[in-house]
Design a protein around this ligand. Structure first.
Ligand SMILES: Cc1cc2nc3c(=O)[nH]c(=O)nc-3n(C[C@H](O)[C@H](O)[C@H](O)COP(=O)(O)OP(=O)(O)OC[C@H]3O[C@@H](n4cnc5c(N)ncnc54)[C@H](O)[C@@H]3O)c2cc1C
Length: 485
């Protein structure tokens, strides 16, 4: 009689949970996925408008790392890989709309005196930024050594202001990071959002050279890629392969407590956000106590995001007048959105599917300072957001306020969608993860945590971490000779 297979429960059917499950199922492990929503995918879900399914959350991935392309290759979707319109995105500043500089990293210019940088900074601020090429970098060495030893942290704003001046922080870095990381540049740890940048600066002799060196390390071609039909098609393919491989997928089931789980699993993977992990462990969701020192630490609440998508008929948008979309500086008071994606300009497959003069525009709401409620944000009602979106599209494209041109409009909300990337976050997440590993699940099951709160923001990091988590589980299977305890 054959022995029962190693059994794994995956809680959370977002991309992290699905990838873990996929890697395990391929190795013959018996996997059950439990997902609270009616559909799997988490932030990699879709929304249908006028018969066209488009991404409701993530829409592309950074191609510097090969993690996502390898996964796409594994699931047979390589031929569907697409790159966005090379026109790129624009920046909206209070008095100016301009294309984002071509050679930047998180807004830090690789060439501070390039024309596209001067257009945004002005000549004197660009000249100040160029002083970076001659200013001594050695004064950063001791700070960097303290960072490497875990005794210090350097914020993105501090580094950029010192090397290139405050105008680069205000006019380039802040609009970008507040859109991408939903955080102020002051709150972002350089090492977590641009790992290795400070050590590259020490090696190359300037921050601009470090940016160029970092860009040169990236594979040639577009910095981001996606799939024809949208990133959510990756979710659909993973689900199809999981079902074919015998995995059990239960949707519409929210796990309330680890105590409710049968004792029949060898490993349990918590592929949910950190506050939910804390809740499942039975620790206060807002305060995780370090197992060693006993100090109380908050697990950040993360940032809520509301996305408003408008499908509209407008010939004024036909020539992609704002490239693939815009990042909006927080200093622009008359626009509430922090970013706008012109979906049909960015992805040719979407334009082809909708036909001429029909456009899909996605606006993103939810700034870090939303608490002030001074303007519409993630806290606002659907009606307020739809109203703000009509006005924002008009302001960003420089066209009259939208009326009957809008064919369809909807709001998708992502609660705690993006973990904070502040200096404290990585340490707290790592601490919670250690605690997960030290805790025994029902029947002695080993516990693991993965997902964006532990891996960092972005699909590449999430996929890499999920695959590592699956390898950790497989090591346990091997240690047990493939047999259950
Ligand atoms: C609006 C938006 C746009 C983004 N755009 C991009 C982008 O363009 N490029 C990029 O690289 N990254 C992007 N990201 C980030 C990226 O999408 C995420 O990092 C990634 O999808 C997170 O995957 P995850 O599996 O860790 O978490 P999630 O997608 O949040 O999945 C977690 C799942 O767990 C389920 N769950 C939670 N609690 C329970 C429970 N108790 N029981 C059962 N199930 C539970 C949830 O319902 C959810 O489905 C974006 C994120 C958002 C929100």
């Amino acid at each position: 009689m054959s022995a029962p297979a190693h059994r794994v429960l995956v809680i959370g059917g977002g991309i992290a949970g699905l990838v873990c499950a996929y890697d395990l199922t391929r190795q013959g492990v018996s996997v059950t996925i439990v997902e609270a929503d009616e559909v799997c995918g988490g932030a990699l879900a879709s929304r249908e408008r006028a018969g066209l399914a488009t991404d409701a959350g993530a829409e592309a991935f950074a191609s510097q790392s090969s993690a996502v392309t390898e996964l796409i290759d594994d699931v047979g979707l390589s031929e569907q890989l697409v790159t966005p319109n090379p026109a790129g995105a624009w920046l909206q500043l209070p008095e100016l709309a301009a294309p984002l500089p071509a050679t930047g990293l998180l807004g830090i210019p690789g060439d501070p005196e390039a024309e596209d940088v001067i257009a945004i900074l002005g000549a004197s601020a660009a000249a100040r930024a160029a002083e970076d090429s001659t200013a001594d970098v050695e004064c950063w060495r001791s700070r960097w050594e303290a960072v490497a030893a875990g005794r210090d942290r350097i914020s993105l704003a501090e580094l950029v202001a010192d090397r290139m001046g405050q105008a680069v922080v205000d006019r380039l870095v802040t609009p970008i990071v507040s859109g991408v990381h939903s955080a102020a540049a002051e709150a972002l740890d350089v090492e977590s959002v641009a790992p290795g940048l400070v050590s590259l600066m020490l090696r190359e002799g300037s921050l601009a050279q470090a940016v160029l060196a970092r860009r040169a390390q990236a594979p040639a071609g577009s910095a981001v890629r996606s799939l024809r039909g949208g990133m959510h098609t990756l979710t659909l393919e993973l689900i199809a392969r999981l079902r074919a491989g015998g995995a059990q997928i239960q949707t519409g089931v929210a796990v309330k407590s680890l105590r409710d789980i049968p004792e029949s699993y060898d490993d349990i993977i918590l592929a949910v956000d950190a506050p939910e992990v804390a809740r499942l462990l039975g620790v206060d969701a807002t305060a995780v106590t370090s197992s060693g020192a006993g100090e109380s630490q908050q697990v950040e609440a993360g940032v809520g995001v509301a996305l408003v998508t408008l499908m509209l008929d407008s010939e004024a948008l036909d020539g992609s007048p704002r490239g693939t979309g815009m990042l909006v500086s927080p200093a622009v008071t008359e626009v509430a959105a922090k970013a706008m994606t012109h979906v049909t300009s960015k992805w040719s497959w979407a334009a082809e599917a909708l036909g001429p003069a029909r456009h899909l525009v996605r606006l993103s709401y939810g700034r870090v300072d939303d608490d002030s409620h001074a303007r519409p944000g993630a806290h606002s009602s659907d009606e307020e957001l739809l109203d703000a979106a009509r006005a924002d599209v008009a302001a960003l494209f420089g066209i009259p306020r939208l009326g009957e041109q809008v064919r369809e409009a909807d709001v998708v909300r992502w609660r705690r969608a993006i973990p904070l990337s502040g200096p404290e976050h990585a340490g707290r997440a790592a601490q919670l993860r250690r605690r997960v590993r030290e805790t025994s699940g029902p029947g002695g099951a080993r516990l693991h945590a993965t997902g964006t709160w532990f891996a960092g923001t972005g699909l590449s990091k999430v996929v890499l971490d999920a695959r590592q988590t699956a390898r950790d589980v497989l090591r346990n299977v091997e240690l047990q000779g493939g047999w259950r305890r």
